[in-house]
Design a binder for this molecule. Structure first.
Ligand SMILES: Cc1cc2nc3c(=O)[nH]c(=O)nc-3n(C[C@H](O)[C@H](O)[C@H](O)COP(=O)(O)OP(=O)(O)OC[C@H]3O[C@@H](n4cnc5c(N)ncnc54)[C@H](O)[C@@H]3O)c2cc1C
Length: 478
């Protein structure tokens, strides 16, 4: 027998965990390397102070933006990646969102929706996706909005939540942006990695930051393993990059630069390019009355006048949560009074692809660079502004006082598309099976692969992409 592993996966978020799940079930020997560690289950991950005010669990590494301004992106490095913190809104992209849409600057997928449909089915089943009834306050607001303008259509929001969450108020109020202590929320760790832990062909190593590849001495395009920051190295027949769309392209960029492949690989210039993370705004409406709803995040609104956008309900808001966003001078009792009367919405518009919107491994002062400018994406910017205005006026007509806030550069929850899949090596980085064009043994299993961000949250599509890649690699001869 040669190497101890058939496949090494770098990163245990939505994509990496899904690839691992299929490979281990398919009999391959898998090593999963994760930069972070396992989160505690002592309910500290539900605590507003530790999660939001102190940022105890968040990435602290500094980046620079396109103007060399230092900022800290909202990334999380732990087993399960960002899925431990997500709101578990698990939606499919629509069939037309697999096609190119040049007017909105959107690239197309190398295959259609049908190719991913079976993996969407499987992901929904593994993550126990289901819908919840709207609570009374939300239902009455939605009824008002739709009665006033029938162009707004409300649908139940598919959620990866167990029904038992309704019996645990603290968990029900803290699932969107928090990590469940009891496992009521489906995430990559609980639903995909934990079921593998006893398998003899699966190894999970935490606190292992992958920094470079091992490659064939005669051919830098043939990847044979991974080197970690602690000096350890691991070899395998194939490596899957799944460190997230802000990290996977940086590992590949460094390899291309060190080996000179950046001068010969046709897709080298696109590594890190086409970065997308949705145009997102949070809208808060304040009513004269207290809002007793608990779960809240149970509906999503569509409107054909805004075809690349959606409006989603946000989870629980109270004075403590609101206080983390208000200036310190605002007294606590004011924040509490506002919090009790608040209802929140997450307004999302698909951002197109521009090659200059990119992640770069080494920017000013050696910090990683996230160069993203909405002015390169005029159609998305315009639609988003129109949508925010339109929805805000709906809230006002429904009797609420509304405020909106554009979620800026640090809101990288939906980071995507820095190693896009496609058929043409001049226009994409990986092929339809996830393999890097022009290289051997190197695949991409995370949100970096997505050519479009679509108008809905991306995690279910990343899980589906990962399951499909895992199945593909499991079929390869050892
Ligand atoms: C607060 C919040 C709310 C969200 N809500 C939703 C939602 O409701 N619905 C939805 O669809 N999506 C939501 N998302 C987005 C969703 O979580 C991401 O789209 C998804 O997790 C991305 O999957 P990924 O595999 O690409 O990357 P990640 O989940 O980020 O996983 C990457 C993994 O790689 C690890 N890693 C990074 N660098 C290295 C390295 N060098 N070596 C080894 N390991 C490394 C990281 O620690 C991490 O575990 C939300 C995200 C956040 C933060």
């Amino acid at each position: 027998m040669g190497e101890p592993y058939d496949v090494i996966i770098v990163g245990s978020g939505a994509g990496g965990a899904a690839v691992a799940y299929k490979l281990v079930r398919g009999g391959k020997r898998v090593l999963l390397l994760e930069k972070g560690t396992t989160l505690p289950r002592d309910r500290s991950t539900l605590d507003v102070k530790q999660v939001f005010r102190e940022g105890r669990f968040k990435n602290k590494e500094q980046w620079v933006d396109g103007y060399n301004k230092v900022f800290v992106p909202g990334e999380y490095y732990n087993v399960g990646g960002k899925t431990k913190w997500y709101g578990a809104a698990l939606l499919r992209f629509a069939p037309h969102e697999f096609e190119a849409d040049p007017d909105h600057q959107c690239l197309g997928w190398p295959f259609g929706y049908d190719e991913l449909a079976a993996y969407y089915d499987e992901a929904e089943q593994l993550l126990h996706v289901n819908c919840f009834e709207n609570e009374p306050e939300l239902q009455s607001l939605l009824d008002g909005i739709i009665a006033a303008d029938a162009a707004w259509k409300a649908q139940s929001l598919p959620l990866g939540l167990k029904r038992e969450i309704l019996n645990d108020e603290e968990e029900a109020k803290h699932f969107d942006g928090y990590a469940s202590a009891c496992g009521y929320k489906s995430d990559a760790e609980r639903n995909l990695i934990e079921p593998l832990l006893q398998a003899p062909n699966f190894t999970l190593l935490t606190d292992k930051q992958a920094i470079a590849f091992i490659y064939d001495v005669a051919d830098a395009a043939a990847i044979t393993g991974v080197v970690c920051a602690d000096g350890a190295s691991y070899k395998a027949g194939a490596v899957v990059l799944a460190a997230g769309a802000m990290t996977s392209p940086r590992i590949l960029q460094d390899h291309l630069a060190v080996t000179g492949l950046d001068r010969s690989l046709p897709s080298a210039v696109l590594v890190g390019a086409n970065f997308k993370f949705h145009v997102n705004s949070a809208l808060l409406g304040f009513s004269r009355f207290k809002n007793p709803d608990v779960l809240r995040k149970t509906a999503i609104l569509f409107n054909d006048k805004f075809p690349h956008s959606t409006v989603q309900c946000l989870g629980w808001i109270d004075g403590d949560i609101l206080g983390t966003q208000l200036p310190a001078a605002v007294p606590k009792f004011v924040a509490s009074a506002l919090g009790e009367r608040a209802i929140g919405f997450f307004v999302t518009t698909e951002d197109g692809s521009d090659p200059d919107n990119r992640i770069v491994s080494c920017g000013q002062a050696g910090l990683p660079l996230m160069n993203y400018d909405l002015r390169r994406l005029k159609p998305a910017d315009k639609e988003h502004r129109r949508l925010v205005r339109a929805f805000m006026s709906r809230l006002i007509r429904a009797g609420l006082i509304g405020v909106d806030r554009y979620i800026g550069m640090a809101g990288t929850a939906h980071a995507l598309g820095t190693l896009v899949t496609g058929t043409d090596p001049q226009a994409s980085v990986i092929d339809g099976d996830g393999k890097v064009h022009g290289m051997r043994g190197l695949y991409v299993g995370d949100g970096s692969a997505l050519p479009r961000s679509s108008r809905v949250n991306p995690a279910l599509t990343i899980y589906a992409w990962g399951l499909r890649l895992g199945e593909h690699l499991a079929r390869q001869p050892a």
